[in-house]
Design a protein around this ligand. Structure first.
Ligand SMILES: NC(=O)c1ccc[n+]([C@@H]2O[C@H](COP(=O)([O-])OP(=O)(O)OC[C@H]3O[C@@H](n4cnc5c(N)ncnc54)[C@H](OP(=O)(O)O)[C@@H]3O)[C@@H](O)[C@H]2O)c1
Length: 325
């Protein structure tokens, strides 16, 4: 049995808890919140046996085998550091950290202490990834030459999205999925990038477009917005057809088309709980095999994407780190 302790009783923590309840071999053992009342209410609502009124208390629970960090991006560094120092394997929500320096520091600490750590970039762990790569390898759409994707959710009402010092903005919340989409389905290294961004009144990046030229001549163009609702599809265009992800993060099916809107084949995605189960399973598998990182989301890839996000924000004039007074 893998006992999971969740840090932060917010939106995504609830989805994770609801997923864990339905997984064999897993138990959501504890919730940790800055407020004991909030932790107790969350625990009662989701039938979680233990509730802690501080994150530190949760980390001291000897029965917890995996800590899931589900707080704003600005909190991840300190909480991951504390979890590692407490010897607790951890799964950290995306975006992994505020910037690449934080990410490199945490990954080095985890390595030094021999503690497992991973980024909860859930599409990396899902079966759809292997299915899509098989489609591409089969040659059914010819040679893939262009990736396009949009991820636009109006999450502007969330304080953590609006505030720079909490790691707000579209990139760390949504754009990070697009960068992972590009990296998962185009193996050719990024040679060059161009980008533009519209900033919100609070200074965070509200919407952005990012274009990559890859070494083999593939082009990727992605758009993220935290202030509008989009269709949120992904398309990989090849020389003889295209592959559509009907939902970029959590597709219900993959569609292979040869000509405009003529579907040649629709590939269903295996039945799932929420899609979160694969990341928890991958952590448990890696931990029981004595590995310090999951195969599906290696540390090097998490770090590469953090560097890319630093570079993009630097181009936009968006700060990547804060000293909170
Ligand atoms: N995988 C996905 O599909 C997905 C979707 C949305 C978000 N996320 C990621 O999950 C993480 C949390 O996002 P969320 O949407 O769940 O956020 P949320 O609803 O705002 O919850 C975050 C929780 O973090 C805790 N917290 C600690 N310090 C805080 C602070 N200074 N300000 C606000 N909250 C603070 C709070 O819990 P307590 O009050 O209990 O301490 C809060 O409930 C982020 O990394 C985000 O990118 C992932």
């Amino acid at each position: 049995m893998m006992n999971v302790g969740i840090i932060g009783a917010g939106h995504i923590a609830e989805k994770a808890a609801r997923t864990l309840v339905q997984m064999d071999g897993f138990q959501c053992l504890a919730i940790g919140s800055r407020s004991l009342e909030k932790a107790q209410a969350f625990a009662a609502r989701l039938s979680i046996p233990r509730a802690y009124g501080s994150y530190e208390d949760l980390l001291q629970d000897p029965d917890i085998g995996l800590v899931y960090i589900a707080t704003p991006h600005s909190c991840h560094f300190e909480q991951a550091r504390d979890a590692i120092l407490a010897g607790k394997p951890c799964l950290v929500e995306k975006s992994f950290m505020m910037n690449a320096v934080e990410a490199a520091t945490i990954l080095a600490l985890a390595r030094e202490k021999g503690v497992f750590i991973a980024e909860a970039m859930w599409p990396r762990y899902m079966p759809v990834r292997a299915i899509a790569r098989e489609v591409l390898a089969s040659g059914v759409i010819g040679k893939p030459l262009m990736l396009t994707a949009t991820l636009a959710y109006n999450v502007s009402g969330k304080e953590r999205v609006q505030r720079l010092e909490l790691g707000g903005g579209a990139l760390l919340d949504l754009g990070v999925y697009l960068l992972n989409f590009v990296r998962m389905y185009c193996d050719s290294p990024i040679q060059d990038l161009s980008t533009s961004c519209i900033r919100a009144t609070t200074g965070v990046d509200a919407s952005e477009v990012i274009t990559f030229i890859h070494e083999d001549g593939t082009l990727s163009s992605v758009q993220a917005s935290g202030f509008s609702q989009g269709a949120n599809e992904g398309v990989i265009a090849g020389t003889t057809g295209y592959l559509v992800f009907d939902d970029l993060i959590n597709p219900t099916c993959l569609r292979i088309c040869r000509k405009r809107h003529i579907i040649e084949q629709e590939i269903p995605i295996p039945q799932q709980i929420t899609g979160f189960e694969y990341q928890f399973q991958a952590c448990a598998d890696a931990i029981s095999a004595g590995r310090l990182e999951p195969e599906s989301m290696p540390h090097a890839e998490t770090l590469y994407i953090m560097h890319l996000m630093d570079r993009l924000r630097t181009e936009w004039g968006v700060p990547t780190s804060f000293v909170v007074k």
